[in-house]
Ligand binder design. Structure first.
Ligand code: ADP
Ligand code: MG
Length: 211
């Protein structure tokens, strides 16, 4: 299987994860937001799959670009444009038909750069950055190891993202809707950090399953 098909497999697994976790993400967003994150993510990834059905992407970069366009076009709210920018930056970071472990870590780093630039959030603001920033560090470290694989890069990223998402629980939010709640956001897990963790876990599982 080539890297383009592996990337398509990742997107399918991400879409399935957003479908399966729609209610969970909605519950988290009901606690500190407006309760639409589960639906936003499900709708966005369903649109991404639909878009990919109608195209014949020639490279991993093409696949990620189609996902980006679907997310930007179909998902309102904060998360749509932020994830859309993330996928667009990841798409731009990749070139050619192969993806090395270093390329994968570089694409994740580019995605983080896009989210930070667009949303102006830093680690500790109780957003998806709290999951993705440690994930990028872990991905870079995994990519630097002797026997690095792209699957191992995503597994390391997903594990760090889970810790990062958990770290948002005690925080007060400084960005997004939850920032209007002040101390009332404390004790709740950030929905966007949680979806980031779920997306990275889906990518890792897809690569581990199919090679
Ligand atoms: P909305 O808040 O518009 O309803 P969603 O519910 O889909 O959009 O997404 C909410 C998530 O978006 C939050 O949990 C948070 O992780 C993320 N988010 C919001 N604002 C920002 C920002 N400025 N930078 C990074 N992430 C953000
Ligand atoms: Mg919301």
């Amino acid at each position: 299987m080539g890297a383009t098909d592996r990337t398509l497999g990742i997107v399918r697994e991400m879409a399935a994860a957003m479908e399966e976790n729609r209610q969970y993400l909605t519950k988290l967003d009901s606690e500190i937001g407006d309760g639409d994150h589960g639906n936003n993510m499900r709708r966005g990834f369903a649109a991404a799959l639909e878009r990919l059905e109608g195209e014949e992407p020639g490279s991993p970069s093409d696949v990620l670009k189609a996902v980006s366009m679907a997310l930007i076009g179909k998902v309102g709210g904060a998360a749509g444009p932020l994830y859309g920018t993330a996928f667009l930056r990841a798409s731009t970071a990749l070139s050619g038909e192969e993806v090395s472990p270093q390329d994968a870590a570089g694409a994740l780093e580019a995605a983080l750069g896009g989210i930070k630039q667009r949303g102006k959030a830093e680690v500790g603001d109780k957003t998806m950055v709290d999951a993705l920033a440690p994930a990028v560090e872990a991905a870079k470290e995994a990519a630097g190891s002797q026997d690095a694989t792209v699957a191992a890069v995503f597994r390391a990223a997903a594990e760090a993202a889970e810790e990062g998402a958990e770290s948002t629980v005690p925080l007060t939010a400084r960005k997004g809707r939850a920032s209007y709640l002040g101390a009332r956001a404390e004790g709740h897990r950030d929905p966007g950090a949680t979806s980031t963790r779920l997306l990275l876990d889906a990518a890792a599982r897809s690569l581990e399953g199919g090679g």
